[in-house]
Structure formats: structure tokens, C-alpha cells
Design a protein around this ligand. Structure first.
Ligand code: BGC
Length: 752
């Protein structure tokens, strides 16, 4: 049964049917070519195609070259020198028996040379179009160097900022992650099939990896099938439907089954239910890791489990190349399964046009890097990714009214660190820091002083703070840039405490004690617990590591050339003890009311009582510091006349709603309007709110726009008690607002 297909609206089916006629022919041609090639391959050559190795440091004249010529290596990662890429391709294409080209992969996660904000920052733009354009730039630059496959986008939902890889994803929301992921896939994979600037996307990590227990990377996950289907799988399904060419299995074991050996999820759900015909690659050595997991007894066993699960390509375990031949010989695995895997791999090579065009132009690739339009897109992405979390009116600064600023803090001039995690190819020399941008763009209008205060984010030396305070006394306004070095987030870099590292908090407090207005800029790879720093600051801008042009973006926002429009793609907790804390949690039988007795209000020798108890922490309540979707502007917006076209709908209907959005302030700005829905009663408990739509809307001062949105009722479907994806009839509420914690509910009903 393929229940999701039942819900696919007729409209889209018709559209797809029209646009698919020519691609069906291409597909048929490719299938013929794949079959022809496969029928000529020896078992060893097939297993070679299933082997992916990182070849960066391997000499081109030894064992490795021999393996390429024999067709024992099918693809490589981490090659970015076009001359080397071509040399490798020549061995595969011109010197091997069948001439099958290699795919060259690389982790191009948020840009290749021109670095964009980290994915969590791209998410904060709430702008899929911009994300798609950024991914296209990444593809143009990376393919110029010979990279035709990126291990991105990461579609892992995470509700835990301790997990360092929160930086690499789009946050905590399923619908939102799907939308952003699809945009990125489109950008990477480009338009016309076979275009040499197309880069295959790899949706990862399948699946549940972001729910690592305790936020510790590589840790177990325990997600029941319904939670997987309602929360963690939909972004992958969206990616598959958007045509992602490849997918990567994850490191985690879910409910005891490592994902690289998870037959149910990879073979049954991904392949059979979703009809995924792309290439499934393991994560780095994750085939072998089934041994320490205690799931495989040895490498041969691990190879068999991965193949049976449906993993086509082994990244860096050497388990397939080491054992599949023997396993086929013994009859332990069927060659049919191997053929299926090779078919999936060859299909992608044909789709990328590698057989026609395996080589890269060696002389021109640098011209593609850091083009002015790439840098401008990176700047624009950074501008839209910054979230204004608090402002007492100090921002924006008027460069003609204030006479001097102090720029301070360990992130004020940290060109390496503002690039964020997963930057193999970006260069700090190309990075514009806030200090550099303020000096260059505003230095002629006011005096700019600089004192780092601290050398790096973990620095505990107090002597620099004293110097910063002395300098602060001599200026009109202080801009302090704090946060995290890039190495503190990303893979394996998890934290138990989300407080600012080192003595950064002391730095802010000391600056505040001078009485000067303090603008705090936080540049980090994750949400940090900054309640104290918010209260010490006159204004606070949060910038998930913003990339190459981050400094220009921040300077322009601070001085009002740009207006903040970023919104939080994740909930900000007050303290890490509240984690996991996310807006779309299920309804509790005893929801937090907001008037609970807190720790300091409990009388001495209070007796035990169970009356009125709700779901909260005595010391931290239940509310976050900032909710999902939140972000301020230099203006204000009002939502009025929120209307829906009916009060009751059938399951096949489409709701039309409208509202008036007014810019009630004096500055032209962009609001991110958001639609949330709650299914009041279900056969299983339902989330208190779920995002169903969002749109960036630019308005001039005083302007009102009537916005009309359509919501197919089918989008209210979920996997219910019977494990069927359906819209259950009953009462629903919806909110149209500027974040997940505001707005008034409008009720409607869905009938059978
Ligand atoms: C990561 C993947 C990455 C791969 C290749 C692994 O350690 O988990 O996300 O794509 O390495 O570099």
C-alpha cells in the first residue's frame, strides 16, 4: 500500500503527467544504457561501482591507480583539484575496460568558495527562493572544480541544540525543513538534465539522526514508527519527490537497528513505498560501525546486512570490496541484489551526463569562484538570516548622529570562525568580518575603535576585558560580537551547556557597567542560552555563522541600511535543562498555564499536593526564551481581518483564507507571515501547533496588503492510530501570526 499517493492532489498529478512525457523518454533511454552496461560487467567491476573512497592523499601511480584501471573504485570523494579530477577520470574512462566515469563527491554544505550562512542560518531567512539560488551558486563553483555530487542537504529534524549538527539542518519543523530541503535540491541539481553544472544532491541522514539521545552525536535514537512517519520521514519524502538523486543512511541505531542495516526503513519505506530509484550511500564507515554497534559479528556480516537493507554504495568501510565477491560465491547474497545496487549507481552517472562529459575544464575554474553576483547573494542571504531578538530602540544606529563606536568581542574579527562548520573550501582571506565592514563602509562617518576583549570564544583571560572597558568609556556606542568558534558546532561537536563559552558573558556585563548602550551580536552554530545577555544588552542580533559576507550584512543591519527580517527556525530555550523544547510538541493532559508556583514562591515545609500540577520546571517554567518563528524588525506589523471562507470543510476541499497585513511603523520592511494549525482531537495526541505555510511579505510604511492563502485540507493528514495517513474529521484551530506563540485561534471543522 502507498497511502501518501492517495493524498497527492489531482492538480499536481496532472501537472506532473504533462511535464514528465519527455523526461520519461530520457529515463527509458537511461534504463536501456544501464542495462546494456550491466550485462557486460564482471562481478568485480560491479562491486567496484559500489565502492566510494576518499582519495585526496593517494598517489596517482600506485595501487590506487591500478584499482581505478581495473574498475575496482566507482567513485571518489574529496577531490577538488580539476587537474587531479581529470587524471582520475582518464584512468576510469580511458584506461579501464568499460570506461565508466567516476562521480566526484564533496561536502559542499553551505557554499563551495563563496560561503553562505550555515544551513540553520539559511533556514532563518524563511526564504526558499534565496536558498535555491545559493545552492545554485554552490553548484556552479563546485562543479567548476570537478565536484559533481554534494552530501547535502541535511534534512534531519532536531529538537536539541546540544547536538552540534543542528548547525547543518533547517531546525525543528517538519514542513519547514521539507520546503527548505526541496529548494536546496533544486538549486544543486539545476535545470536541464546532464548540464555539467548540475551537482547531485544527497539527502541525509536517513533517518532520525537528529534525535540522538542527550544531544550526543552518534548516539541511539528511539523513535516509534508513527513519530518517524509524522516528523522525521516527511522531509526525505519531499526530497525524493523533488528528484534528489542520492540519499545517505545515518550512523544512529533506531530502536536497536542501525540505519545502515535497517531493511524496513531503507528497503521497505524508501524503495518500495516511495519508489526511490536513486543511489543510497552509507555514511562514512557506517557499514563497519555495525560491528561496534553489536549488530554485525564481523565485516562480512556487516556487508551483507547493509546490502540486504538496500545500501548501494559503501563509503569508506571497504566492506563491500572486501567481502561481497565471496558472499556471492557462497550463495549468501544474491547477484540480483548487487545488480540492483549497480543499476541505481549507473543511473545517477547517466543522469549527471558523466558518460558524455566526464572531464572538467582545468584552466577556467577559478573564474567561477567569488563572482560579484555570488558574493552579493551571500550578503543578501546573511542579511535575511540575522534575527533581531531584542531592541530598546538603540538600533538602527544613525552613522551621522553618533560620533564613535567601539567594536569588540572575540567574533568581531574572526574570519575563520564566522564561516561556520563544514567549510573545506572557503577561505578566510575572502571573509569580511563585522570589524572590517564597519571600518570600510562606515568608518568615514564616525570613529571606529577596536579592542578584541577576548582573543577567542573560549578565552578566559580577563586582561583584554579591562582594555575593552577603558575603550568603551570613550565612545558613544559599543558593538560586542560574541558567540562560538566554528569548531564548537558541527559533527561530533556537542555541548552539555549552551551558555556562552569562556568569559564572554563577563565581557558583556563589564561593557554594560560603563553605562554606554551595548549592542550584542551573537555568531554561533546553534541556539545558545542567552537570557542574561539579552537583559544586559540594549539590542541583540543573532547570526548563525553567517559566511563570507556576514560582516557586511551585520554592519548594514546595525546602521539601518538593511532591516532585520530573519526568524527563528528553532526554539531558543532559557537553559539547556529545558531541552528538548520545541513548539510543535504534543498536547499534554496537564499543559503549563503560566501562573504556576515557581521555585522561590514555594513556602517552607510545603506539603505534598498533586492538585493543579502541570508540565513545567520549578526553576525554568515551560516557556522558551524565544519561540520558533520569532524575530523583530525596525518596524511593527499588524494582522487584521483574518478570515476563512467556510467554517466547515470536507477532506478533499481546499480552504481559502485571507488577512490584512499592515506595516504600522515608519520603516519599509519584510514580515514573515506564518500559518499554524492544531488538530484538536485525534486518534492519537496531536501537536499543539504545526506550521502549514509561511511567506515573506515586503511592505512600505503604512502599507496594507490583503494576503490570500489556500490550504488543501489534505495537508492536515497525519499517520493515525491505525498507521494510515489520513485527515481525521473533527475540530481544528488555525492561527495567522508573526511567530508560533502569538495570534488568536480561528476554529473550523473537517467533516467526513
Ligand atoms: C558525515 C556525513 C558526511 C560524510 C562525508 C560523515 O562523517 O556524517 O554527513 O557527508 O562524513 O564527509
Amino acid at each position: 500500500m502507498k497511502p501518501f499517493k492517495k493524498l497527492f492532489p489531482l492538480f499536481f498529478s496532472v501537472l506532473l503527467a504533462c511535464s514528465c512525457a519527455s523526461s520519461a523518454n530520457t529515463d527509458l533511454n537511461i534504463e536501456k544504457k544501464v542495462a546494456g552496461l550491466l550485462s557486460n560487467m564482471t562481478l568485480d567491476e560491479k562491486i567496484g561501482q559500489m565502492t566510494l573512497i576518499s582519495s585526496t592523499d593517494l598517489p596517482l601511480d600506485g595501487e590506487f591507480a591500478e584499482a581505478l584501471r581495473k574498475g575496482q573504485v566507482g567513485s571518489v570523494i574529496n577531490e577538488v583539484d580539476p587537474a587531479r579530477v581529470n587524471a582520475l577520470q582518464r584512468m576510469a574512462v580511458e584506461e579501464s575496460r568499460l570506461g565508466i566515469p567516476l562521480i566526484v563527491g564533496r561536502d559542499v554544505i553551505h557554499g563551495f568558495k563563496t560561503i553562505f550562512p550555515i544551513p540553520l542560518g539559511l533556514a532563518a531567512t524563511f526564504n526558499p527562493t534565496l536558498v535555491e539560488q545559493g545552492a545554485r551558486v554552490a553548484a556552479l563553483e563546485a562543479t567548476a572544480a570537478g565536484v559533481r555530487w554534494t552530501f547535502s542537504p541535511m534534512l534531519d529534524i532536531t529538537r536539541d541544540p546540544r547536538w552540534g549538527r543542528i548547525a547543518e539542518g533547517f531546525g525543528e519543523d517538519t514542513y519547514f525543513t521539507s520546503a527548505m530541503g526541496v529548494a536546496m535540491i533544486r538549486g544543486y541539481q539545476g535545470g536541464e538534465p546532464g548540464d555539467p553544472s548540475n551537482m547531485a544532491a544527497c539527502i541525509k541522514h536517513f533517518v532520525g539522526y537528529g534525535a540522538a539521545e542527550g544531544g550526543r552525536d552518534y548516539n541511539s535514537t528511539n523513535l516509534p514508527e508513527r513519530v518517524l512517519r509524522n516528523v522525521y520521514l516527511p522531509p526525505f519524502l519531499a526530497g525524493v519527490q523533488a528528484g534528489a538523486m542520492t540519499l545517505m543512511t545515518s550512523f544512529n541505531d533506531n530502536d536497536g537497528v542501525p540505519m545502515t542495516g535497517n531493511r524496513f526503513l531503507v528497503r521497505n519505506v524508501l524503495r518500495h513505498e516511495w519508489d526511490f530509484t536513486g543511489l543510497v550511500v552509507s555514511d562514512w564507515a557506517s557499514v563497519n560501525e555495525m560491528i561496534p554497534h553489536g549488530f554485525a559479528t564481523d565485516q562480512a556480516h556487516a556487508a551483507r546486512l547493509a546490502l540486504e537493507a538496500g545500501v548501494d554504495m559503501d563509503m569508506m568501510s571497504f566492506a563491500y570490496v572486501g567481502h561481497l565477491g565471496k558472499l556471492v560465491g557462497e550463495g549468501a547474497v544474491s547477484e540480483k541484489m548487487i545488480d540492483e545496487a549497480v543499476r541505481n549507481i549507473l543511473r545517477v552517472k547517466f543522469q549527471l551526463g558523466l558518460f558524455d562529459n566526464p572531464y572538467v575544464q582545468e584552466d577556467v575554474h577559478r573564474e567561477m569562484f567569488y563572482k560579484p553576483e555570488h558574493l552579493e547573494l551571500s550578503r543578501q542571504s546573511a542579511v535575511q538570516s540575522v534575527i533581531l531578538l531584542s531592541n530598546d530602540g538603540t538600533l538602527p544606529l544613525d552613522a551621522d548622529k553618533i560620533r564613535s563606536v567601539l567594536v569588540t568581542g572575540p567574533m568581531a574579527d574572526a574570519p575563520h570562525d564566522q564561516l561556520g562548520t563544514w567549510v573545506f573550501d572557503g577561505e578566510e582571506q575572502a571573509t569580511v568580518t563585522p570589524l572590517k565592514a564597519i571600518r570600510e563602509h562606515y568608518g568615514h562617518r564616525l570613529r571606529v575603535l577596536y579592542q578584541p576583549g577576548l582573543k577567542y570564544s573560549r578565552d578566559k583571560d580577563l586582561s583584554g576585558i579591562r582594555k575593552a572597558v577603558e575603550a568603551a568609556r570613550t565612545v558613544d556606542v559599543v558593538i560586542v560580537c560574541v558567540g562560538e568558534e566554528s569548531i564548537l558546532s558541527g559533527e561530533a561537536h556537542c555541548l552539555a551547556s549552551l551558555d556562552l563559552q569562556g568569559t564572554q558573558s563577563e565581557l558583556i556585563a563589564a561593557l554594560k557597567s560603563t553605562g554606554k548602550p551595548v549592542i550584542t551580536v551573537v555568531m554561533a552554530g546553534r541556539p545558545l542560552t542567552i537570557e542574561k545577555e539579552v537583559s544586559l544588552s540594549n539590542a541583540l542580533l543573532y547570526s548563525f555563522h553567517p559566511g563570507t559576507m556576514g560582516g557586511v550584512a551585520l554592519a548594514d543591519l546595525i546602521f539601518g541600511k538593511e532591516v532585520p527580517s530573519g526568524r527563528l527556525p528553532v526554539t531558543f530555550p532559557k537553559t539547556s535543562g529545558q531541552v528538548p523544547l520545541y513548539y510543535n510538541h504534543n498536547s499534554s493532559g496537564r499543559p503549563f498555564q503560566g501562573n504556576e508556583t515557581m521555585l522561590d514562591q514555594i513556602p517552607l515545609k510545603a506539603g505534598q499536593t498533586s492538585l493543579g500540577n502541570t508540565s513545567f520546571y520549578l526553576d525554568a517554567g515551560a516557556a522558551p526564551l524565544f519561540p520558533f518563528g520569532f524575530g523583530l524588525s525596525y518596524t511593527t506589523f499588524a494582522y487584521t481581518n483574518i478570515r476563512i471562507d467556510q467554517v466547515s470543510y470536507h477532506q478533499n476541499d481546499t480552504m481559502t483564507m485571507s488577512f490584512d497585513l499592515t506595516n504600522t511603523g515608519k520603516t519599509a520592511a519584510t514580515e514573515v507571515a506564518q500559518l499554524y494549525v492544531c488538530d484538536k482531537t485525534g486518534s492519537v495526541t496531536r501537536p499543539v501547533k504545526e506550521l502549514k505555510k509561511f511567506e515573506r511579505i515586503a511592505l512600505n510604511p503604512g502599507e496594507t496588503r490583503t494576503v490570500i492563502w489556500n490550504l488543501p485540507i489534505s495537508e492536515l493528514a497525519f499517520w493515525n492510530l491505525q498507521m494510515e495517513k489520513v485527515v481525521e474529521p473533527g475540530q481544528f484551530a488555525l492561527w495567522v501570526s508573526g511567530d508560533s506563540a502569538s495570534g488568536e485561534p480561528i476554529l473550523f471543522e473537517v467533516k467526513k
